[in-house]
Design a binder for this molecule. Structure first.
Ligand code: URA
Length: 268
């Protein structure tokens, strides 16, 4: 029979070590939740027209962990303001990332700003505070912005997905596709004059490309995000710069390119 005595100190440390090795790096509640005891997601049984014009029910192959992109598009389009968009996203349950996140990480900075920065996804600290780029990479981002005379009163910051992916993994293409209508609407409502993307996944989403960040960084292009056409430049992600300090030289060149472009469009 299984022993039920309380764990001693060393055993508790061993359990924590085991959790860390399994990718659990943040505790989000006082009470444990037994996910295995919860009801599994139900298969969707849509009504489909058969060849003989009667109707039959057939299970869909994929489980509804992700929502319907057209629903996401119409919800996003219905938002007339950023506040409305935030409220709509807050009650949107179509993206599975929400299940594991502590809270929505919508945006930070100035919604009236002419410059918008788009990152990849919230990390652990962002998940805790509900704001993008407030962890270590956010602190580096603040220093990068300061180096060209910017701060969070002069930029607006959002991410391609507004919920933290478990263990900080890269969001899947499906998760990004579901969140894209909301990002598109966010860009339409902010209507920035310039956009800078941070890191490969944000660049690939905004520039609709599969090219790598090393090839694409530092080049301006005109992109249409939602119905807003804007000049955009990709740069390296601050988290990458923390891991690869020599790459800061390239990021610095991109920041200077942003500064030059700001002058050329009358932004100081
Ligand atoms: N990395 C991102 O891409 N976004 C954040 O908000 C934080 C870290």
């Amino acid at each position: 029979m299984a022993e039920t005595r309380p764990l001693n100190h060393d055993e508790m440390l061993a359990v924590l070590d085991w959790y860390r090795a399994a990718g659990v790096d943040v505790a989000v509640g006082e009470e444990p939740i037994d996910r295995f005891a919860q009801r599994p997601p139900q298969r969707v049984m849509p009504v489909v027209a058969s060849a003989n014009a009667s109707t039959e029910q057939r299970p869909v192959e994929t489980l509804p962990l992700g929502g319907d992109p057209s629903e996401a598009r119409s919800l996003a389009a219905s938002a007339k303001t950023l506040d409305e968009l935030q409220t709509i996203l807050g009650s949107y349950d179509g993206c599975g990332l929400k299940l594991r996140a502590t809270q929505l990480v919508f945006a930070d900075g100035n919604p009236e700003a002419d410059i918008m920065l788009i990152g990849e996804a919230p990390g652990a600290e962002e998940d805790r505070q509900g704001k993008p780029f407030v962890g270590k990479s956010g602190q580096l981002l603040d220093r990068m912005l300061a180096a060209i005379g910017l701060d969070r009163t002069k930029v607006y910051i959002a991410n391609t997905v507004p919920w933290r992916p478990p263990g900080n993994r890269t969001p899947t293409p499906e998760e990004m596709a579901l969140c894209l209508p909301f990002l598109n609407r966010q860009v339409e409502l902010v209507a920035p004059k310039l956009v800078m993307t941070l890191g490969g996944p944000a660049m690939q989403t905004v520039f609709s490309t599969t090219a790598g960040i090393i090839k694409m960084r530092g080049k301006w292009s005109s992109v249409t995000i939602g119905n807003h056409t804007v000049e955009a430049i990709p740069t390296l992600h601050p988290a990458y710069l923390l891991r690869n300090p020599p790459a800061k030289e390239q990021a610095w060149a991109d920041l200077l390119a942003l500064k030059v472009k700001m002058s050329s469009v009358g932004l100081g």
